[in-house]
Design a binder for this molecule. Sequence first.
Ligand SMILES: CCCCCCCCCCCCC/C=C/C(=O)SCCNC(=O)CCNC(=O)[C@H](O)C(C)(C)COP(=O)(O)OP(=O)(O)OC[C@H]1O[C@@H](n2cnc3c(N)ncnc32)[C@H](O)[C@@H]1OP(=O)(O)O
Length: 242
Amino acid sequence: MASSEEDGTVEEKENNNKKRTISTLATAWLTFYNIAMTAGWLVLAMAMMRFYIQKGTHKGLYRSIARTLKFFQTFALVEVGHCAIGIVRTSVIVTGVQVCSRIFMVWFITNSIRQIQSEESVILFLVVWTVTEITRYSYYTFNLLHHLPYFIKWARYNLFIVLYPLGVVGELMTIYAALPFVRRSGMYSMRLPNVYNVSFDYYYCLIVVMLSYIPLFPQLYFHMLRQRRKVLHGEVIVEKDD
Ligand SMILES: CCCCCCCCCCCCC/C=C/C(=O)SCCNC(=O)CCNC(=O)[C@H](O)C(C)(C)COP(=O)(O)OP(=O)(O)OC[C@H]1O[C@@H](n2cnc3c(N)ncnc32)[C@H](O)[C@@H]1OP(=O)(O)O
């Protein structure tokens, strides 16, 4: 009897130690990740400002920051992994939609269609994303270090009220500007007949993507409003499971 009780205690202790090690490793990784992402988006902000001050125009700005933008925005895919393995308390679906829509904007719209890279709408979403991400990643970093200045917390849970709709306007206007070029070039499309006997029209795909903002964006926006009430006003919110 005594020995089985002792066994139980040893097992419990081992489990607790394992959990503590995993949690320490997760915190260390998240701190490194958030610092790296804050730095990445700060580099982007400085590169954009420097370009504009030196050239006095936004034309050519996208090309000058494209590599850094593609790297840091694509790297954000690991955030979906963070949610999936449970090291952050965020929905995989909410994070997945947010990250995938950004990666789609970068790779399959802005990077693929040179003619739209100098549109004002591209600058609009780039500036909005940059302000959002510097605030968001610095919030997570300071939060993990238990030294969160109030103005960063305030910025994280207030700026999105204006920035989110502005970002969506920039993204939708950019996709809209891309439509004529996509139609003319037939890019990423497959016409029949072909060996696979499959037809795909990227032009209509983009129209579906634009329409999908109607049901999806309000969900992300209301999610952030709920987070705001929870963090700034201490409301207890029961989230539905994914
Ligand atoms: C394939 C094609 C698909 C096309 C589909 C098209 C449709 C698209 C429709 C939608 C379009 C959206 C377009 C978006 C544009 C923009 O981004 S505009 C810029 C403005 N945007 C924003 O302000 C939103 C920014 N995004 C986010 O905040 C997130 O991505 C989020 C997932 C939407 C919400 O974040 P969430 O994590 O749920 O909330 P938080 O309050 O920040 O965190 C919750 C808890 O998780 C912890 N946490 C999360 N991440 C980390 C981390 N990296 N490190 C450490 N901790 C983290 C956080 O601390 C919280 O923990 P607790 O405090 O313990 O609760």
